[in-house]
Design a protein around this ligand. Structure first.
Ligand SMILES: [Fe+2]
Length: 392
């Protein structure tokens, strides 16, 4: 009897100890909205962390990284951006995020929380050299649950591509965060993500701030990416219709923007970085399947003239790059396009269905082929295509 009472007291003691440890853990949980999004741009990772009213810094190995802006550590914007050379993160294989709440930013004696910073660690896995597994999502238009299920149903993913129209329209500040939220929730902060802007993300009063909440090259939303054996050219079409339409009310200049993208493409192709040793897969990633727009608007003279620029894009890519694959969205349908004007497979890889349905594209890059499966929110394979790849 005596032993039983002692045992009960011991068990109670253990219960309260573990409960208070749990409380302690909960009260110190990190201040991040979702896991970070590790976006790839050029030869760096841009790690975007969503944590409003918070000072954030990153540690990789022994080195701390700050997101200071001309010396000021930001706290008012909900997003923090850390630019890390790819080699640094890939070598470390993990990173740690440190947060300190800053409720009110006074000019003097700022009332930061005095306790030690809260921190959370993330493992990071670089792209493998072979058998690369990519999941492609676009046109989620404010959906989260079904595209997340579709990506997770494919098992291990090495690279996530968010190919535009993740947000339906930028009418409030929170919607600016949607690409980071979707990227963070699917990737868990542990694999690289490539993002492109969709045409819907040019709409609404917050559209002019999109580059502040997404990866960019000095503010530009078109750039190249090098990830192991993959070299990708990320393009941005802007809006999907001509600037003059009354619906835009003089608010866009995408004709000029597309011309600037063309100039950038020429510069990149002249530099020839895509010919570097070790590159085995050349990809173009763009929300709008621009190659199909060249011919599609023959009946509308204004549209035809305006989109002649896409003919120039296609000619440049056909004669100078010869991509293995082009990934697009926008059509709200899944298909693989090929035409004489642009004789490379264009994978149009997402279909947002009604209600609980969402289909994305699961792409496996193997030695001499790409296996493309359109898979739904339950992992059901709707179709499978094998695309032969050239030996680089
Ligand atoms: Fe679109």
């Amino acid at each position: 009897m005596k032993f039983r009472i002692i045992n009960m007291l011991f068990a109670l003691c253990l219960f309260f100890t573990s409960a208070s440890a749990e409380d302690e853990k909960a009260s110190r949980k990190p201040l991040l909205k979702v896991p970070p999004a590790v976006f790839a741009v050029g030869e760096e990772y841009q790690i975007l962390v969503l944590a409003p009213d918070t000072l954030v810094r990153l540690r990789i190995g022994d080195q701390f990284y700050s997101d200071h802006i001309n010396g000021v550590r930001p706290s008012r914007k909900s997003v923090h951006r850390f630019r890390i050379p790819m080699q640094v993160l890939e070598r470390a294989g993990k990173y740690e995020v440190f947060c300190r709440k800053l409720p009110k930013r006074l000019p003097y004696f700022i009332q930061t929380v005095p306790e030690p910073e809260l921190s959370v660690s993330y493992n990071f896995r670089k792209i493998p050299e072979k058998d690369i597994r990519i999941y492609h999502i676009s046109d989620t238009h404010d959906r989260f649950e079904t595209p997340i299920r579709a990506a997770q149903a494919s098992g291990r993913i090495d690279l996530l591509v968010l190919n535009g129209d993740i947000t339906d329209k930028m009418v409030n500040a929170e919607q600016l965060e949607y690409p980071c939220i979707l990227a963070g929730r699917i990737s868990g902060g542990s694999i690289p993500v490539i993002y492109t802007r969709g045409n819907h993300e040019l709409r609404g009063e917050f559209a002019e701030f999109v580059q502040d909440y997404t990866p960019n090259r000095d503010g530009k939303l078109y750039y190249t990416v090098r990830l192991g054996p993959i070299w990708a050219l990320v393009l941005d079409c802007g809006e999907d219709k001509v600037d003059e339409l009354p619906v835009y009310g003089f608010s866009i200049d995408c004709a000029r923007h597309r011309q600037e993208v063309l100039e950038y493409m020429k510069q990149v192709l002249d530099e020839g970085v895509f010919k570097a040793p070790g590159i085995r897969y050349k990809m173009v990633i763009c929300h709008v399947p621009f190659s199909s727009l060249v011919a599609r608007n023959k009946q509308d003279e204004v549209m035809r003239r305006r989109f002649l620029i896409y003919g120039e894009w296609c000619k440049l890519l056909r004669t100078r790059l010869l991509p293995d694959l082009t990934l697009c969205g926008h059509m709200h349908n899944t298909q693989i396009l090929q035409s004489n004007r642009y004789p490379f497979p264009v994978i149009v890889g997402a279909r947002p269905g009604s209600g609980e349905k969402f289909t994305g594209a699961f792409i496996e890059l193997k030695e001499q082929k790409a296996v493309v499966k359109f898979t739904d929110q339950d992992g059901k394979i709707e179709s499978e295509t094998i695309i032969p790849l050239k030996k680089q």
